[in-house]
Design a protein around this ligand. Structure first.
Ligand code: GCW
Length: 671
């Protein structure tokens, strides 16, 4: 029987803390400030963790102390109180002895894993004393898992790591020990909420909200010991499909009562339930439009139901016309989320979080940041990322996404002096991301894709972290005692792998040149005449989408200054987004000095050369990792090279045929 890979928590990851010990201090748990459901379970977890290290908790004198103090005493022996934040903790190192103080068991657990992640470094160096708190209290993972196996999408929609860890044989799994292990991995990187079913809510999955509540409660029980709350995706049509009502009109009193009662039942069963995630009037999912109502009407109706329980409604802004006519040049999918949601700013209830995909289209390898994030100052906004690699190689390609997310989080919608995206979502809305985990023994199919899940958690906690440093942390934990050669090899392979993927797939901000349906591999015109609104408009003279105010769809006008002007002008639009904003001739000269067509050729050749280097790099370090990891990565890299080559040749040939312009360097382009 194969065992599940320990990801970033192999036993050796705890060696330093086991050897050196750590003081864990919190006020008396009988009356902890900020006490919440789950505190007792989380405390028990800490005790288990301590015991598993072969250390003991106890009052004093042991290397690892789990000390309970009266709130008034919590100042002692450290001189200053534990931080206020219900999740923040204080980390103090004095002459190599480390103490973590926190005001709640959850916060203490974060502090404990902070020490674990630091390893030996936690105990080395000069004395230090500082507080650590997350940038946001909402650090969520969304699973697109179905209970049943969907005929087209499989069990996990856009899942590339096997079946669901929650469901098997049409129901919640009997044995949820794997979920508990998952909870531990997530807690170690600071994730605190998990939505456990697909946002496309099919008939079977809709019933999680009603008939299966007891089963959902079992999943919540598996997460609770690690301080993680469970959320459910719900169907807006549930009052009809589950409740037998004649309507789901959000302003109908019967519908409102149905949702209130549904919420009451959920929180009666699961006291610390998180809330609902909703995909409404999007890609065929039901929503308020059927009744002439808008997204605020729909979301606020659910908010009314969850508010008495302190719950949340994550209402997704991924709304666009997916039945458009390619002949119609006036409809621009990129505009849709803003056009639908920006006018509603200020109308959403406090418990509603509008969840916005990072780009205006759909998790492409390169998109501008969604202008919705700058357009709703009176709304709680969450940033939605995609850890599962739907459009970035489907976990067959090694693509480290931490760098991409960091760019988004650090981007400043109002220019250099203004706030970042991380500031905008900040404490109010936080982050959500689609998980890349399945029942695969490596969790993520590609073992190196574990780094993406790790990085998401770490960046959600602290968006200012350097993504390459985060990758380094992941290497240290996952490959304990990694020799320098392995560390260097993994950096060489992964640091810039997102840009490598961009090089051989999507030049200059063009997206969606993928096979329709499954979205893997090249198909330049795959979406060109479809109803999905994802076009590149390549003809014999040029390529790109004119989204300017002057002559195009006007999308640039959705950005505040300076970006509305930066993107509008060919002079200032950054090369990497040129074709997202402009339609230009193949001979247009980029800021880089190259022409568009030569850039397409050069990047596609370079992309494949880089993948060849990745393969060589892996072969030079594969002996330094366990054989099963070496083998799986080797297999995936072989597929990445095959696929990258296919991308190169199809894209180059396509544009050579369209433009008739040969490669200036005379390399092989098939005609
Ligand atoms: O990226 C697209 C995916 C759909 C997904 C949708 C969404 C869950 O292709 O599979 O549906 O986005 O985010 O709702």
């Amino acid at each position: 029987m194969t065992t599940v890979h320990p990801a970033w928590l192999p036993d050796e990851a705890f060696a330093a803390v086991a050897r050196r010990g750590v003081g864990l201090v919190l006020p008396d748990t009988a009356t902890p400030p900020g006490a919440g459901p789950g505190d007792a379970e989380v405390l028990a977890t800490l005790r288990d963790e301590v015991a598993a290290l072969g250390l003991h908790d106890g009052p004093t004198g042991l290397r690892l102390e789990l000390v309970h103090r009266e709130p008034s005493e919590a100042r002692d022996p450290l001189g200053s109180p534990a931080p206020d934040s219900s999740e923040g903790f204080r980390f103090r190192r004095e002459r190599g002895h480390v103490t973590v103080t926190a005001a709640s068991p959850r916060a203490l657990l974060h502090g404990y894993f902070h020490v674990v992640r630091l390893g030996e470094a936690a105990f080395a160096g000069p004395d230090t004393d500082g507080t650590h708190a997350p940038a946001s209290a909402l650090r969520m993972l969304d699973h697109w898992d179905n209970v049943d196996v969907h005929p087209v999408m499989g069990q996990v929609e856009r899942g590339y790591a096997g079946g669901s860890i929650f469901y098997a044989d049409g129901r919640v799994r009997e044995d949820l020990s794997r979920v508990r292990e998952y909870a531990r991995l997530l807690a170690a990187v600071g994730i605190d909420r998990v939505a456990i079913n697909n946002v496309n809510v099919h008939a079977r999955e809709a019933r999680l909200l009603t008939d299966d509540l007891g089963e959902v409660a079992r999943i919540a029980d598996a997460f609770r010991p690690y301080g993680i709350r469970v959320h459910l995706s719900v169907s807006f049509a549930a009052p009809m499909t589950l409740g037998g009502l004649p309507t789901s009109d959000p302003l109908d009193e019967g519908v409102r009562a149905w949702w209130r009662e549904a919420a009451d039942r959920v929180w009666d069963t699961i006291g610390d339930f998180g809330g609902f995630v909703v995909k409404a009037d999007s890609e065929g999912q039901p929503g308020p439009f059927a009744y002439g109502r808008d997204h605020a009407d729909g979301a606020n109706m659910l908010a009314e139901a969850v508010a008495p329980h302190g719950g949340l409604v994550h209402w997704r802004a991924f709304v666009y016309n997916h039945t458009q006519d390619w002949r119609d040049r006036s409809t621009d999918r990129a505009r849709a989320a803003y056009d639908h949601f920006a006018p509603l700013d200020g109308r959403f209830a406090d418990t509603v979080i509008v969840q916005v995909k990072h780009g205006p289209l759909d998790f492409q390898v390169r998109e501008p940041v969604s202008p919705v994030l700058a357009a709703m100052p009176r709304t709680r906004l969450a940033l939605e990322l995609q850890v599962t690699q739907e459009y970035t190689g489907q976990q067959r390609h090694a693509v480290y996404l931490g760098t991409a997310w960091s760019e988004v989080l650090r981007w400043r919608p109002w220019g250099d002096e203004g706030a970042t995206v991380a500031d905008v979502v900040g404490p109010a809305g936080g982050l959500a991301a689609v998980s890349n985990v399945g029942d695969d023994r490596f969790w993520t199919g590609h073992p190196l894709a574990q780094a993406n899940l790790y990085a998401y958690g770490r960046l959600a906690w602290d968006p200012t972290l350097d993504p390459v440093d985060v990758l380094d942390e992941w290497i240290s934990l996952t490959f304990p005692g990694a020799p320098d050669a392995l560390r260097a090899g993994l950096h060489l392979l992964l640091d810039d792998s997102w840009r490598t993927y961009e090089l051989y797939t999507a030049p200059l901000g063009v997206g969606f040149m993928v096979r329709p349906g499954h979205h893997y591999g090249p198909d330049v015109d795959g979406y060109e005449y479809t109803p999905w609104g994802t076009y590149h408009f390549a003809d014999r003279d040029g390529i790109g989408v004119d989204r300017t105010r002057a002559t195009g769809t006007g999308y640039t006008g959705q950005y505040p200054p300076p970006w509305r002007d930066v993107y509008e002008s060919l002079e200032t639009c950054p090369d990497e987004l040129l074709l997202f904003f402009h339609h230009v001739p193949y001979t247009h000269v980029l800021h880089s000095g190259s022409t568009v067509i030569q850039h397409v050729y050069d990047t596609h050749f370079e992309g494949v050369e880089r993948v060849e280097r990745m393969v060589r790099t892996w072969e030079s370090v594969a002996d330094l990792v366990p054989a099963d990891v070496a083998l799986r990565v080797r297999e995936r890299l072989a597929e990445q090279l095959r696929s990258a080559t296919e991308w190169r040749d199809q894209v180059n040939t396509y544009f050579f045929r369209k433009s008739g312009i040969p490669d200036a360097r005379g390399r092989t382009i098939f005609s």
